[in-house]
Design a protein around this ligand. Structure first.
Ligand SMILES: Cc1cc2nc3c(=O)[nH]c(=O)nc-3n(C[C@H](O)[C@H](O)[C@H](O)COP(=O)(O)OP(=O)(O)OC[C@H]3O[C@@H](n4cnc5c(N)ncnc54)[C@H](O)[C@@H]3O)c2cc1C
Length: 504
């Protein structure tokens, strides 16, 4: 489908209405499309949402799981897709299961259903100022034609798409291979992406498994193995062997306050911030609060603190403090912590801290050599299965993605110098080769981690989506970006599989 035609002013002339192409239909792409489609005023827009995986439409990989034991790691009361209506998800999920309260950690599959229902309603509601088309295809290239103010998006199987704005909502990339495992990348017994549909089904109930990584992905996979009846030994390894901390149970609303004015005067060095946060934790303890209350209070200001550090200090933070930040900031629900404790107590799950040294196939098994952190002793593990649980890749230079490769080759994007996504301006406009600011390519989500640091979870992403929707519609005269928050009906979980993907 080509929306546009060649004319004398440039290679393409855009036909009305204005087209916004959103590449990636996970949380960010789907809610941006819905927000734009549900406006009740302003310029008529044509919105085209491109998602390569039908299974992940609206859900992305995070909420596509069918496993009821895979829980959100943020309480329901903070997971509304609409910051202007904070209870939207909590009310929706409670109508499905009255036991789920705003402080509950709901199953992720229900959240996926919620997002899908938002997208479905946005597509079907006729009162909108827009048309929303969903294309099941993969975007593989963009050619920018600045003279005509257009971008041409190339799709793998469909004809190109011409848009005045293109939003990169590409989300979470599959984990990259930890160094010695590059050699195993095509090995049948090495599961390089645990989120691939039914990746774990091949593992026999008594077979031993080695998990690379000890963070939230490892927790998910260990629990998934247990819930599919796996009885074999599971070993999980990371450099420090640190597990994510647990949320409090029951979750308490934030009761510790940090004044933004005061936080803006905090030191501009990684070690200075560490000392300051420790000081706040001691203060909190004196009032009966624990460290979680301080991290929660810090969260709205975290991006500002990150931006206040120069690149050397940001690099220092990543080098020395990141593992501790990640395990305290990205916590697991108490119920999952309990399962992990039990698995460790009965010897089914062993945690190791060490460096991976080498890997080789020995018959039908894989032998991995580790240098342990405690005594630098070498240890050898031989297992039939290895699963990469290192979590989504942020270093785009190590990601094998055709779209990113082409955009970089064309100088339309640059990788963030700290390997945390793309270089972006404050409003999400991407910055290409030679510092050239794009006028019509925007980034959302984890692609903006270098700029914002906190750019992976719904409480932050929904604000990014809202701001980008405002930015995209601000240029249309007289536009009011009132999104009509949908009053969702409750559909049975099964109906999520009946996804209609309309070709334009
Ligand atoms: C397992 C897991 C659990 C999580 N749990 C939580 C949680 O409980 N709470 C929370 O707040 N956050 C959670 N997160 C963080 C999560 O990343 C965000 O909440 C959110 O899902 C990110 O949405 P996104 O749209 O940026 O990316 P994604 O959801 O990853 O969506 C990106 C989409 O883009 C598509 N895509 C990529 N490239 C192309 C292309 N070239 N062409 C077409 N389509 C493309 C992909 O197929 C994918 O569907 C979790 C993350 C993971 C991985």
């Amino acid at each position: 489908m080509i929306i546009g035609a060649r004319d004398s002013t440039g290679p393409f002339h855009l036909t009305e209405p204005r087209t916004i192409a959103i590449l990636g239909g996970g949380f960010c792409g789907a809610t941006l499309a819905a927000r734009l489609a549900l406006r009740d005023a302003g310029q008529l827009l044509r919105i085209v949402l491109v998602e390569r995986s039908k299974r992940q439409l609206a859900t992305g990989p995070a909420y596509a799981t069918a496993n009821p034991n895979h829980l959100l790691n943020v309480p329901a009361g903070r997971m509304s897709a609409w910051p202007e209506e904070p209870d939207h998800f909590a009310n929706w999920v409670r109508a499905i299961d009255p036991a789920l309260r705003p402080d509950s950690f709901a199953p992720r599959r229900l959240y996926g259903q919620y997002l899908w229902e938002i997208l479905r309603q946005a597509k079907s509601l006729d009162r909108s100022r827009s048309t929303l088309t969903i294309v099941e295809d993969e975007a593989i290239d963009i050619r920018s034609t600045p003279r005509s103010g257009a971008a041409v998006v190339h799709l793998r199987d469909s004809p190109p798409l011409i848009a005045s704005d293109v939003v990169l909502a590409l989300g979470n990339f599959p984990p990259s291979h930890p160094p010695p495992f590059d050699s195993l990348s095509s090995d049948q017994a090495y599961i390089s992406d645990p989120w691939k549909n039914q990746a774990l089904n091949r593992i026999g109930p008594n077979e031993e498994v080695l998990l690379l990584g000890t963070g939230l992905t490892m927790v998910d996979i260990a629990i998934a193995l247990q819930s599919q009846g796996h009885q074999g030994k599971v070993t999980a390894v990371s450099r420090r062997g640190l597990l994510p901390q647990s949320h409090r149970s029951p979750v308490k609303p934030p009761e510790y306050r940090l004044s933004p004015a005061e936080v803006s005067r905090w030191p501009r060095s990684a070690v200075g911030l560490l000392r300051r946060v420790r000081f706040e934790i001691i203060q909190a303890a004196a009032t009966g609060e624990d460290w979680r209350a301080v991290l929660n209070a810090l969260r709205p200001g975290t991006s500002n603190l990150w931006r206040s550090l120069d690149s050397d200090e940001q690099a220092r933070f990543l080098r020395h403090l990141r593992p501790w930040w990640d395990t305290h900031r990205h916590r697991m629900p108490a119920s999952q912590a309990q399962i992990i404790r039990q698995m460790r107590a009965n010897g089914r799950l062993q945690l190791l801290a060490g460096r991976l040294q080498s890997v080789r196939r020995v018959g039908s098994e894989t032998e991995v050599q580790l240098r342990l952190r405690t005594d630098a002793a070498k240890t050898t593990i031989r297992v039939p299965w290895i699963i990469n649980c290192t979590g989504p890749a942020h270093d785009l230079s190590r990601v094998d993605d055709e779209l990113l490769r082409n955009l970089r080759r064309r100088g339309l994007i640059e990788f963030d110098p700290l390997r945390l996504g793309l270089t972006c301006a404050h409003d999400g406009a991407v910055i290409g080769a030679g510092g050239r600011l794009s006028k019509h390519i925007w980034a959302l989500g984890s692609l903006r981690c270098g700029q914002l640091w906190e750019s992976t979870a719904v409480p932050e992403l929904r604000i990014q989506v809202k701001e980008l929707a405002q930015r995209l519609t601000a240029s249309s005269i007289g536009t009011i970006t009132n999104a009509v928050v949908p009053d969702l009906r409750i559909v049975p979980v099964e109906s999520i599989s009946a996804r209609e993907v309309a070709q334009p």
